[in-house]
Design a protein around this ligand. Structure first.
Ligand code: ATP
Ligand code: MG
Length: 201
C-alpha cells in the first residue's frame, strides 16, 4: 500500500493555511480480531492537500479508512485530527467533529429517494440544510435530475456520487477530503479556515 500527498492549492494558499496537519496517522496497527491488517501505517494530511492511498485489492485501504473513522479498532499508534487525538473515538462523535466517511459498498439507502438520502446526510444539522442541498445539486447535476428517484435505481457511478454528496451535506470544508479510498471513499475532516475564507473552494 502506498500513500501519496498532492497539493491541491497554489504554494501561497498553502502557506496561508494553518500549520497543524488536518489529519495525522501515526504508526497505526489494527485489524479484525486476531487478523492484524494494518502494520504501522503513518501519514499526514496538511491543509490543502489531497492524499491518495493506493494498493492492490485486499491491501488494507478500506481497513485504514475504517480505523481512522473508529469502525476498526486501533491496537497501537495514534490518529490525530487537527491536533486532537481521536484514536478509537466512535464514528458518531467524529461526524460531529466534522469528519465524513463514505463506505466503499452499501453506501446509500436504496429504497429512499435521492433527496431523502441527502436529507439523511444532514440529519445532525440543526440549521436549514436546503441551501447546502442546492450547492450539492450544482456539484452533481445528475443528482438534481434524479432527486425523486429511488436511489436503488441509480447507476453505479451515480450511487457513488450520491454517497459522496451525502457525506458532503455536513459541509466538510476541506472538499476533496483528507484521504480517499477507491474512487469515492474517504474521510473529510472539517477545517474552519477553509470554510471562513471561502477563497479556497
Ligand atoms: N470484516 C472483516 N473481517 C475480517 N477480515 C476482513 C474484514 N474486512 C476485510 N478483511 C480482510 O482485511 C484485508 C484488507 O481488506 P480491505 O477491505 O481493507 O482491502 P482493500 O485494500 O480496501 O481492498 P479493495 O481494493 O478490494 O477494496 C483483506 O484480507 C480482507 O479479507
Ligand atoms: Mg476497499
Amino acid at each position: 500500500m502506498s500513500i501519496t500527498n498532492h497539493n491541491a492549492y497554489s504554494p501561497d494558499v498553502q502557506q496561508a493555511c494553518h500549520a497543524t496537519p488536518i489529519l495525522e496517522v501515526r504508526n497505526v496497527t489494527g485489524g479484525y480480531g486476531h487478523a492484524q491488517i494494518l502494520n504501522g501505517v503513518s501519514f499526514k494530511v496538511e491543509p490543502g492537500q489531497i492524499v491518495s492511498v493506493v494498493g492492490p485489492n485486499g491491501a488494507g485501504k478500506s481497513t485504514l479508512m475504517k480505523a481512522i473513522f473508529g469502525l476498526v479498532r486501533v491496537t497501537s499508534g495514534q490518529v490525530v485530527l487537527e491536533g486532537r487525538t481521536i484514536t478509537n473515538v466512535p464514528p458518531e462523535t467524529l461526524v460531529r467533529r466534522g469528519m465524513g466517511y463514505v463506505p466503499q459498498v452499501k453506501n446509500i439507502f436504496p429504497s429512499l429517494s435521492v433527496s431523502e438520502n441527502l436529507e439523511m446526510g444532514a440529519y445532525i444539522r440543526k440549521d436549514n440544510y436546503q441551501p447546502r442541498r442546492e450547492e450539492i445539486f450544482r456539484l452533481f447535476p445528475d443528482l438534481r435530475e434524479s432527486r425523486r428517484k429511488p436511489a436503488g435505481l441509480l447507476s453505479g457511478g451515480q450511487r457513488n456520487m450520491l454517497a459522496m454528496a451525502r457525506a458532503l451535506m455536513l459541509n466538510p470544508n476541506c472538499r476533496d477530503g483528507s484521504a480517499r479510498d477507491a474512487r469515492c471513499l474517504g474521510a473529510y475532516p472539517g477545517h474552519s479556515r477553509f470554510r471562513r475564507s471561502g477563497t479556497h473552494r
